[in-house]
Design a protein around this ligand. Structure first.
Ligand SMILES: [Zn+2]
Ligand SMILES: [Zn+2]
Length: 238
């Protein structure tokens, strides 16, 4: 049976499952635990609740699938999250490294009327300020910046991990989606991009693993690790 209204905690889990599916990672409890930095028993309990409430099904090998209701809820909360972030940056002028946590709070309490008005207010924008498509299915593949060879041209596509401490770091060093440049140095410790305007920007190699780019020439695509996706805070554990 499907309950009409998912709880805030359920919506957080559905959102994480959607991120996994979008990144083509297996939807399993273990990957949810990694992405949300929660313990296995905590995740196990909530996965059971999502199943009882009709949002997911589980196969014998523990793979999770959305039911239609679960997918609708997951898409809805992800869409509202990204829309709110874009509204906060473009309409309210809040820096893009400060909007993720605000969106985490607001995404659960938004009426369809407000959503429609916000959508009208953001004009032509199609992604959140970190590069994630607001409407599902519009996601470009991209490759991790860490995989790109020296000399390649790059366009920053998306930050796969929206943990705010990471976003503060990226903002501080001056990298953002849409930026173009070339990769001038790649070592096991750091990756340096020379932006079109001439600015040199270095990111640590582990952070470069979480930045998706379009590259020419491009390395082969590969799937991100769950730890490199969105990180939620412990407050959703219970
Ligand atoms: Zn976010
Ligand atoms: Zn975002």
């Amino acid at each position: 049976m499907t309950t009409e209204h998912a709880t805030v905690a359920e919506e957080e889990y559905l959102q994480t499952l959607f991120w996994l599916q979008e990144a083509k990672l297996p939807m399993t409890g273990a990957n949810v635990a990694r992405a949300m930095r929660l313990s296995a028993p905590t995740v196990h309990e909530m996965i059971g609740r999502l199943e009882r409430d009709g949002y997911i099904t589980r196969s014998s090998d523990k793979a999770i699938s959305f039911t239609q209701s679960g997918l609708d809820h997951a898409e809805g909360v992800v869409r509202r999250h990204r829309l709110i972030e874009r509204f906060l940056t473009d309409v309210l002028g809040i820096p893009w490294d400060e909007v993720h946590e605000e969106a985490e709070r607001l995404e659960h309490a938004m009426s369809p009327v407000l959503e429609a008005r916000m959508l009208a207010a953001i004009g032509d924008a199609k992604t959140c300020p970190h590069g994630h498509p607001i409407v599902g299915g519009a996601r470009l593949e991209g490759v991790p910046l860490a995989d790109v060879q020296e000399g390649a041209k790059v366009t920053i596509l998306r930050f796969e991990n929206e943990a705010e401490d990471l976003l503060h770091y990226l903002k501080e060093i001056g990298i953002e989606p849409g930026m173009k440049g070339s990769l001038t140095l790649s070592t096991p410790e750091e990756v340096t991009i020379t932006a079109e305007g001439g600015a040199e920007i270095s990111v640590t190699f582990s952070v470069a693993e979480t930045v998706s780019v379009i590259a020419d020439p491009s390395p082969p695509s590969r799937t991100a690790l769950p730890e490199q996706l969105v990180l939620a805070r412990e407050r959703y554990g219970r």
